[in-house]
Design a protein around this ligand. Structure first.
Ligand code: FLV
Length: 414
């Protein structure tokens, strides 16, 4: 494979010259195929050095569940130390604002920002949002039926529903939503067209600035209102409010679009699992959790953490200033934690997967993502007893060069 160890460390590092560097080329994969590079790293049994396609030098990679858990909860690692540093990366540029985002914050500032956002993501808020999401979902499927079978589920459901859900949560008026899905998707595919990704992020940001300006004039209790009020009260800065809303909009629209489409693809290519969910729909919440564990949600890895001192972890010595990546995908396939990890199994025990990350940066939107995915699966199963792929599975086309993986289109018949 492409992961032959090189003995020379990349430029710009003072890495131990005896520590091999595994070159991670981030190939595009078909379907839900798991990146063999990560299977290999799980077999290493300790942290190893990796070099990604963008940026300089090399970094450490945590793959095993226990190592990912240790690295993502250890306060000796910092995200704010990343600001201004060039680290080997999956993306040519930062997606989140380095100046004011959750992603680059450490506790206690991180917790202050999360506390504000959490006001809009409570169980009660999700319960209130659920009927609106269901109404949107029903309307989208009505439109798909008027189009007629076969139809593309990405176009009719997985694209528009998650965007509508986060836009409703934010309180974004309909006229500001036009083209927002394509902007989010272009922003999250930076490899092949970096300039377009930067432009798209700018456009989303400008829309968010306009929305928050509206809320300053007229208060409301949606997320835009919560963020504006927190900024006016001095709990967070104006830049932080914009960055939080942008991240929730882009991640909420793009990540759920792809992940929920992958879920439906997984079910349509696992007919026994699909049949079982039809017979036992009360299993849908635990099936969604197992699908979250099983689906390789992204290509490569997200943001690393910087060691603030020399430390021993995951079988290696890490020096102050070195970067450490954690692969939640690999952790979710660790055979020591999940027996037969490459098998989709709705009867697994209660061990927590890490599809939403771990530790102080754990996804703020996980409850919304779960709610949307459960509603989509339940409604598709109820409405379409004969739902099937309209093409052979190997003819489904997959996105290329994106950070998050998913089908370009998902043609189905019913
Ligand atoms: O790191 C990821 C991530 C970060 C984030 O702030 C929002 C996201 O939706 C994601 C994501 O979907 C996958 C990641 O690996």
């Amino acid at each position: 494979m492409t992961s032959e160890p090189r003995t020379a460390p990349g430029p710009g590092t003072q890495a131990d010259p005896d520590e091999p560097v595994h070159v991670w080329s981030l190939d595009d994969f078909e379907g839900l195929d798991f990146d063999p590079f990560l299977h290999d790293r799980l077999k290493d049994g300790r942290a190893t050095r990796v070099q990604l396609p963008f940026g300089q030098g090399s970094a450490w990679l945590m793959a095993r569940y226990a190592d990912v858990k240790a690295a993502t909860t250890d306060p000796r690692f910092s995200r704010s130390e990343l600001v201004g540093r060039s680290v080997t990366a999956s993306s040519p540029h930062a997606i989140a604002s380095q100046k004011a985002s959750l992603n680059y914050a450490d506790p206690p500032r991180l917790n202050d920002m999360r506390r504000v956002v959490a006001r809009a993501f409570t169980g009660k808020a999700m319960k209130n949002l659920q009927p609106t999401v269901q109404r949107t979902l029903d309307g989208l499927l009505d439109t798909m039926e008027r189009h007629g079978s076969p139809a593309d589920l990405v176009e009719h459901l997985h694209g528009p529903l998650p965007l509508a859900a986060v836009a409703d949560l934010l309180g974004m008026p309909q006229e500001m939503r036009a083209d927002m899905t394509s902007w989010a998707n272009v922003a999250m595919t930076p490899g092949p067209a970096p300039a377009q990704s930067v432009d798209a992020l700018k456009t989303v940001r400008e829309t968010v600035v306009a929305l928050l300006d509206m809320r300053r004039k007229k208060h409301s209790d949606d997320l835009a209102g919560v963020l504006t009020a927190a900024a006016e009260a001095g709990e967070i800065t104006d830049d932080e409010a914009v960055s939080l809303a942008t991240a929730i909009l882009v991640s909420g629209a793009h990540a759920v679009r792809n992940n929920s489409a992958n879920m439906v693809y997984a079910l349509l290519t696992h007919p026994q699992h699909l049949q079982r969910l039809r017979a036992e729909p009360e299993l849908i919440p635990q099936a969604v959790d197992e699908l979250l564990r099983f689906i390789p949600h992204r290509s490569g890895v997200g943001l690393p953490r910087i060691a603030t001192r020399d430390l021993e972890i995951a079988g290696v010595t890490i020096k102050a200033g070195e970067a450490v990546y954690s692969s939640y995908l690999a952790a979710n396939r660790d055979p020591e934690v999940f027996p037969n990890p490459d098998t989709l199994d709705f009867d697994r025990g209660p061990i927590a997967h890490m599809a939403f990350g771990n530790g102080p940066h754990h996804c703020v939107g996980s409850m919304l993502a779960r709610m949307e995915s459960e509603l989509m699966l339940r409604t598709l199963l109820e409405r379409y007893p004969r739902l099937a792929l309209a093409v052979p599975p190997e003819q489904v086309e997959w996105q290329r060069g994106g950070l998050i993986r998913g089908p370009k289109t998902l043609p189905v018949s019913w």
